[in-house]
Design a protein around this ligand. Structure first.
Ligand code: UDX
Length: 446
């Protein structure tokens, strides 16, 4: 049998997963409730910026000249149910407004829309990040709703992709984790992932709860690593130490490693902040709140970084923002993405604006999304335009373009030469050489 796949939800996760599965040779049908998103995808373009994704879509979306034609899209649940042997649920689970818990309504509604149409054997595979216990609840729901009864099954297969590397991470993952209840589900997933498995990707088989928890644990660990180094940055600043040197030195210990030890304005995005909060909320429901109280500290160290950057900017402005122009380089939560969800850079820009500063933002890819979220900020078409007339320049997202800027040329147009590096990614010597006062987070001043 040739396995046919559907991918439900075509956002960051789903669009990448659908294209990657077509690349692996499967016939894929992507479903989204947004006709606009589907219309964009049908032209072979992703609804967001992700390196390599447009090229992958163009290679496989049906109707595009020279494509494999293996990838199609629909908004019909009936069509999806009739098409797929395996249905990947890739919808998002955002943080609930004003609460720590995540909003499961998109996942619930995907399962409830699909299941009543499942008239033949099918495996529904959850990939979204969910509170532990969701898979068990959704498995019962599928059995209740699907005409195929026990032949419609559920598996959990968390996704670990990073934005900016989504294509690479999906085609060549570090590991594949599946939570299953039957041999049939395991066998089917081994077939779906046959190529990465053959290339040596570890395939971890677990129960539902463990599979769900692996994702929560991985994101908690990564967040903790970032907040740990940011806590060290606070101590370094108090003691006159250099956190960049410190991170390099501790990273030489293999048990610690060099990755995820870049101190700065902290983590943001659609995953880490909301995932650690949802994990705490779920642990509370399970009576295990105490086990995760450290995550509250991880979160608060992280949020403190944003306030600290605002404070450094205020000092550089001579104590008050009123009447000062502040250039902000970077709006996205990380480079190589247009995602501004919970972006530390935009949060800092917004705080300074609210406190009376005249903020001008430039970002290579995130301007449209940023302007939608913060329409009251000013936006410039280039870094040099943002810096023109500025009293202080803040480097808040470490795009390669910013590392390649010419400090002398920027110095010509700036009103004063103060640079604050919120990502520890610029070369202090290069900037200081051309007369800039350069201050970075957790590093000594010159
Ligand atoms: C993260 C996880 O890495 C991924 O496995 C999971 O599937 C989803 O969440 P992502 O949100 O794409 O991926 O970004 P990531 O590269 O992890 O960065 C998250 C944030 O941490 C960014 O704001 C980044 O700037 C920040 N960060 C990262 C640091 O501040 N310091 C570091 O050393 C590393």
């Amino acid at each position: 049998m040739t396995i046919k796949l559907t991918v439900i939800g075509t956002g960051y996760l789903g669009a990448t997963h659908a294209a990657a599965m077509a690349e692996l040779g499967f016939e894929v049908l992507g479903l989204d409730i947004s006709p606009e998103k589907i219309a964009t995808l049908e032209t072979g373009r992703a609804p967001m910026y992700e390196p390599g994704l447009d090229e992958l879509l163009a290679r496989h979306v049906a109707g595009i000249g020279g494509s494999s034609g293996r990838l199609r899209f629909t908004t019909s649940w009936q069509e999806a149910a009739a098409f797929g042997d395996v249905h990947f649920i890739c919808v998002n689970t955002p943080q609930k407004h004003g609460e720590y818990a995540c909003d499961m309504s998109y996942v619930d509604s995907a399962v409830e829309s699909l299941a009543p149409h499942l008239t033949r054997p099918a495996l529904v595979v959850g990939k979204s990040t969910v509170p532990v216990g969701s898979a068990e609840r959704l498995a019962d729901r599928i059995t209740e709703l699907a005409p195929a009864g026990q032949d419609a099954e559920l598996a959990w297969n968390p996704e670990f992709l990073r934005e900016g590397f989504a294509v690479e991470d999906t085609l060549r993952p570090d590991r594949i984790v599946v939570g299953v209840r039957s041999e049939r589900a395991e066998t089917l997933l081994r077939e779906v992932y046959a190529r990465p498995i053959a290339e040596g990707t570890p395939f971890v088989v677990a129960d539902y709860a463990t599979a769900e928890l692996v994702k929560n644990a991985a994101n908690s660990f990564l967040s903790t690593k970032i907040s740990f180094i940011n806590a060290m940055a606070e101590v370094c600043e108090a003691a006159g130490g250099d956190v960049v040197k410190l991170a390099e030195a501790i990273g030489h210990d293999d048990r610690i490693g060099h990755k995820f030890l870049r101190a700065g304005i902290g983590f943001g995005g659609g995953c880490l902040p909301k995932d650690i909060r949802a994990f705490m909320a779920r642990a509370g429901e399970l009576g295990a709140a105490q086990a995760l109280t450290f995550l509250r500290e991880v979160d608060s160290i992280n949020m403190r970084r944003r306030g600290h950057m605002v404070e450094l900017a205020r000092q550089a402005c001579g104590g008050a923002f009123l009447g000062k122009r502040i250039a902000v380089l970077g709006a996205t939560f990380k480079p190589d993405s247009d995602d501004v969800r919970d972006s530390p850079a935009l949060n800092v820009a917004g705080q300074i604006h609210l406190q009376g500063g005249q903020v001008t933002v430039y970002d290579p890819k995130g301007m449209e999304n940023a302007a939608r979220l913060f329409p009251t900020l000013e936006y410039a078409p280039s870094a040099i335009d943002a810096v023109r007339g500025a009293h202080v320049v803040l480097h808040l997202t470490e795009w390669r373009e910013f590392r390649e800027l010419d400090p002398a040329a920027l110095g010509e147009v700036a009103s004063e030469r103060h640079l604050l590096d919120g990502r520890n990614a610029l070369d202090p010597e290069l900037w200081r050489k051309t007369g800039w006062t350069f201050r970075a987070m957790g590093r000594p001043q010159a």
